[in-house]
Design a protein around this ligand. Structure first.
Ligand code: MTE
Ligand code: HPA
Ligand code: MOS
Length: 754
């Protein structure tokens, strides 16, 4: 089934925040944000700005009617700077004017006096100075300290990954409209309507039932709007609360890039030990996470780094330690993979380092250590593994030996172009790592004409979750998809929502929808059984008809629905789903946090131009574990998009802050994201379809985040290509591998290894 949004998307009719008709009297907001990364805020001068054309009012922390606090996990983030600024881009004042242009023009007249304080941008420096947001965490299995003695080979090194700008096509924004009795309706481009509702409630002082959050869809979120949509919604809602006027604020691209957090950069140390058969016996990793100036989601992101620090491999002795380091950058936040990719890069670097030193292909070590069913991960969960299945299928389907032979032949006969191949296996846990978040609700109404409307907590952001929800309804009732509508996500219909994140939206909301539909269906069947005078177990609904004892009756869907209503039986249901069997004990760092894992194996082939350092990806051939996919087109789209986004992170995209904490890569002219030319020339996706039972909706495994991590293979394919040009190059494990870095490595004859 096609994505249900494709019709309105292609006609330009889909409603995003900026498409909501503007109400008369709307004020436009614009933020004056800190030009300094760290300092004492001595004074804010707004008198001149207030005199500018069209300016209605200027708000600062003094105007906050509730608490000046938007921190989600830890209350450490003021909405407006009060006495200190903690990062460049921190909101200081909000100008409200009769147009966006007037609001922005007035910003230039605001003056602040800030006494600068020392700026930290490096997580290791922060850790050394004790600037930690939470105490360090440690995952441990076996005994690494004693295991080293049994290792034939031990290697150590450092592996660093940089941040990543979300670059959702729709920037952050909100539009708030006063309703009667002080209620505020909040339109927000958010993945977390309840997070927005809470932030608005806290900053305005209004109870949550005074705040209605409504979301039609997002032009992309990628994690960037899980928590960081709160700021703009809180600013607009506060302004509406104090002015009683509608307020709109939709960020310009450069403002969004400057003021919002990104994927967390990490700097990490590793030590890996193997026995003579190349089994990984011991692994030690220390992660320094660059959290930015406030907690935001960093502690949760850091936790997922630990969960995924051994990727797809079984390692009996592991100690992994992580530090959540406070720096003076905008608070970094969720980004597809949520810390998992950063952990996985480090183990892949460790394996590559071992392979370098042993003079073998990394693939030998990778394959030799893949997880098998029953293996225990460092956090205590035993896996149902598809790692070998994906690997073997990829080797066979894409004729890996032929590929490597062809690459060798190419390299032997070409001086100035070199190819490299790398394999990237993945293993990603599905569920919010915070167990309590794994719950959802759905509201289903069947109308008397047989049409159906469904509301859930899921946010459509391009990933196709609404289509999957619709499929659940249509399939369960056995009615045509045209009979079903998916409503906007609204906190008055569905309360206390978890954000659409952790790739779990289709599972959590789909299962809640399934429960609601099955409940209504049960009632309809009871009515049908009475009407047809047969046992309820003999009733079935198929293709919009009632079947009794396997025989089609003349009762169609419309007739049985209307009859159910006439019998005064409810055609509505509000259902609740919570993932069974998951738990995690943070005091022991052990448990069973994930409903299941998603596996896959990608083979990445790259060609570099050894004169210029530029490169192309010839192909990415992958086998992905979909379980039993419920929507092939959407799932394939998620793989392609995730893969390319991962390649971007690993190769082109370079977030640059200077030592004063100012973002230098602050526009699309200085920050390169993948375009059509950076997409691999060929992407072949093989479906590992398994019939095994799992906790996914219709056994169709979550697909949102895992494919991003195939992109890590791009780094290692380039690294191998460099080695084929310059065997002396000891390319550092420092992503992104930009063309500049490739060039430096191609001609680096004797880099000192760490
Ligand atoms: N796909 C599109 N097109 N746009 C997005 O913003 N976000 C990703 C992924 N795929 C995203 C996307 C992220 S970070 C997550 S967690 C999942 O979608 C969330 O949606 P799901 O739970 O329905 O998979
Ligand atoms: N994944 C994504 N988002 C989250 C998570 C998670 O595990 N926990 C809290 N927000
Ligand atoms: Mo995705 S990073 O969990 O929004």
């Amino acid at each position: 089934m096609k994505n249900i949004d494709s019709y309105t998307h292609t006609r330009g009719e889909s409603i995003y925040l900026d498409d909501i008709p503007v109400v008369a009297g709307t004020l436009y907001g614009a933020c004056f944000d800190s030009p300094v990364a760290h300092g004492k805020l001595i004074s804010i001068e707004t008198a001149e700005a207030a005199k500018c054309e069209g300016v209605f009012r200027i708000l600062t922390y003094k105007d906050i009617t509730g608490e000046n606090q938007i921190g989600g996990i830890i209350p450490d983030e003021p909405l407006f700077a009060d006495h200190h600024v903690h990062f460049c881009g921190m909101p200081i004042a909000l100008v409200l004017a009769d147009s966006d242009e007037h609001a922005r023009a007035a910003l230039h007249k605001i003056k602040v006096n800030i006494e600068p304080l020392p700026v930290i941008t490096d997580p290791r420096e922060a850790a050394a100075k004790g600037e930690l947001i939470i105490p360090p965490r440690k995952f441990k299995i076996g005994e690494v300290d004693t295991a080293w003695a049994g290792c034939e080979y031990i290697f150590e090194g450092q592996a660093d990954t940089n941040g990543q700008e979300h670059l959702y096509i729709e920037t952050q924004g909100a539009y708030t409209i006063p309703q009667e009795n002080g209620v505020i309706r909040v339109y927000s481009s958010t993945q977390g309507p309840t997070a927005v509702q809470r932030a608005v409630s806290k900053t305005t002082g209004l109870p949550m039932h005074q705040i209605e959050v409504d979301v039609t869809r997002l032009g992309g979120g990628f994690g960037g709007k899980e928590d960081q949509a709160n700021t703009w919604a809180a600013l607009c809602a506060l302004a509406t609360h104090v002015t009683k006027r509608p307020v709109k604020y939709s960020l310009h691209r450069m403002d969004d890039m400057r003021m919002t957090g990104k994927r967390h950069p990490y700097s990490s140390d590793f030590k890996i030990g193997l026995d003579k058969d190349l089994k990984i016996i011991a692994y030690e990793a220390t992660f320094y996470q660059n959290a930015g100036a406030a907690a935001d989601l960093s502690p949760a992101v850091m936790e997922r780094t630990l969960f995924h620090c051994t990727n797809s491999y079984f390692i009996p002795n592991v100690t992994a330690t992580a530090f959540c380091c406070r720096t003076h950058l905008p608070p970094n936040t969720a980004f597809r993979g949520f810390g998992g990719p950063q952990g996985m890069f480090v183990i892949e670097a460790a394996i590559a380092k071992a392979a370098d030193e042993l003079g073998i292909d990394a693939t030998v070590i990778q394959q030799n250590n893949l997880l098998v069913t029953g293996n225990e991960l460092p956090y205590g969960q035993k896996v149902v593994s598809e790692a070998n299945e994906c690997w073997n299928e990829a080797m066979a389907r894409f004729e890996f030996e032929k590929t490597t032979k062809a690459v060798e032949t190419f390299n032997a006969s070409n001086k100035l172009y070199k190819k490299g191949v790398a394999i990237m296996p993945i293993c990603f846990g599905i569920s919010f790592t915070n167990t309590l978040m794994n719950q959802s609700r759905a509201l289903v109404h069947v109308y008397t004409d047989g049409s159906v409307v469904v509301s859930t907590a899921a946010i459509e952001m391009g990933q196709g979750v609404n289509t999957k929800i619709l499929q659940v309804v249509a399939q369960t009732f056995s009615i045509s998809p045209e009979k079903v509508r998916v409503n906007s996500t609204n906190t008055y219909r569905i309360a206390n929502t978890s954000p659409t994140a952790a790739s779990a939206a289709a599972d959590l909301n789909g299962k809640a929808t399934l429960i609601a539909c099955e409940t209504i269906l049960g009632r309809i069947k009871t009515v049908a059984a009475a009407e047809l005078k047969v046992d309820e177990s003999a009733i079935e609904l198929k293709d919009e008809f009632v079947y009794a004892n396997g025989t089609k009756t003349e009762w169609d869907w419309k007739k049985i629905v209307l009859t159910t209503y006439n019998k005064r039986v409810s055609l509505s249901e509000h259902s609740h789903y919570s993932t069974p069997d998951i738990h995690f004990d943070k005091t022991k760092e052990k448990g069973h946090p994930f409903a299941y894992h998603v596996y896959g194996t990608a083979i990445v082939t790259a060609t570099i131009d050894c004169l210029r350092g530029t490169y192309e990806f010839d192909s990415v051939n992958l086998i992905h574990d979909f379980g039993t996919t419920m929507n092939k087109i959407i799932d394939k789209g998620q793989i392609e998009g995730g893969l390319v986004q991962g390649i971007g992170w690993m190769t082109l995209e370079e977030v640059v802050y200077d030592k004063n904490g100012k973002l230098r890569s602050n526009a699309l002219s200085t920050y390169k994201v993948p375009d059509i030319y950076s997409v691999p020339k060929e992407i072949n996706i093989g479906f590992l379809q398994t019939q095994k039972d799992n906790l996914a909706i219709f056994r169709s495994k979550a697909v949102g985040e895992p494919p991003l991590m195939y992109g890590i293979g791009a780094f290692f394919a380039l690294r191998n290509a460099i080695k084929n040009f310059n065997p002396e190059a000891k390319t550092e494990f420092n992503a992104p591998m930009t063309p500049e870095r490739v060039l430096m490595n191609l001609y680096a004859k004797k880099l000192v290894t760490v």
